[in-house]
Design a binder for this molecule. Structure first.
Ligand SMILES: Nc1ncnc2c1ncn2[C@@H]1O[C@H](COP(=O)(O)OP(=O)(O)OP(=O)(O)O)[C@@H](O)[C@H]1O
Length: 256
């Protein structure tokens, strides 16, 4: 059963707009003429198979890759070819949850969560502990600050990574395959947390996945990416009527 958003999305406030964006690596074209927008308050899911260009799309949103053609706007401002330092103000507002979590295994949970506060906000140690605890509580973990990654299950590690992604109070979280490799119960818990962050912290999310259960549970709108081309954009209800054969296969093969 899909969980509902209690936050209305705001179609008049567009964070990201992609206009005919394309991207190649050498001779290989990865994205072709992509048009999409991310609206404030929504959970946008980008669904597609392996190698379809989902992560490349996400990375372009924070300037880790630049498009080869077309244009990307952030709140109406052209950010297609910014210099590295010009992305910093955007990266303060947009958090990226990497596929593997990108946590430091030489640090304990507290140090992992404190890192962005010390690095980006130059906070003092006594200011940090309450924020670490607040962030862990939001992902429903407590009293684990002293643990190292080797003590954590895969699901706990995802939650810690999520706690770190929200500790700087971002407006947008970009999730790269948040449930890949997790068992069904842990997947459900992460799906629920993505909705919770939307409903309680008004976070806008872009979720890249090939998992239909995640798509069903978190998507307000869905983009289906097929070999670098956006084959469908719309709500899940609208997707039921879509004729694209690969999208149909995703929808019909799904038991979630
Ligand atoms: N830095 C890079 N250099 C060369 N090719 C790359 C680079 N990054 C991605 N690609 C290629 O772009 C294509 C799309 O990659 P991307 O990571 O976006 O796929 P994806 O849809 O996220 O799939 P997956 O679920 O497997 O991660 C792949 O063929 C990949 O090899």
């Amino acid at each position: 059963m899909a969980q509902a958003s209690t936050q209305p999305s705001d179609a008049s406030h567009v964070y990201y707009r992609f206009e005919n964006v394309s991207k190649s690596f050498g001779d290989k074209q990865v994205l072709k003429d992509m048009n999409l927008e991310v609206r404030r308050g929504e959970n946008l899911v980008i669904l597609g198979g392996s190698g379809s260009g989902k992560s490349v799309t996400l990375k372009m949103m924070i300037g880790l890759f630049c498009p080869g053609g077309g244009r990307i706007q952030f709140e109406g401002r052209d950010i297609t070819h910014l210099k590295e330092h010009e992305y910093y103000p955007i990266r303060k507002r947009v958090s990226y949850l990497f596929q593997g979590g990108a946590l430091f295994d030489s640090m304990n949970v507290f140090q992992n969560l404190a890192y962005p506060l010390i690095e980006h906000q130059k906070m003092k140690p006594r200011e940090i502990l309450p924020l670490v605890r607040e962030s862990l509580a939001m992902v429903e973990l407590e009293k684990i600050e002293h643990l190292y990654l080797s003590d954590l299950s895969g699901g706990m590690m995802k939650r810690v990574a999520l706690a770190r992604a929200i500790i700087n109070k971002p407006e947008i979280v970009l999730y790269d395959e948040p449930t890949t490799g997790l068992d069904p119960l842990t997947t459900r818990a992460i799906n629920r947390l993505i909705r919770k962050l939307q409903n309680e912290l008004a976070i806008t999310s872009v979720v890249v996945t090939h998992d239909m259960s995640t798509t069903r549970h978190v998507a307000d709108r869905l983009c289906f990416l097929d070999r670098g081309e956006l084959a469908f954009t719309g709500t899940l209800d609208q997707a039921q009527d879509a004729e694209h054969p690969t999208l149909r296969a995703y929808l019909e093969g799904d038991n979630s």
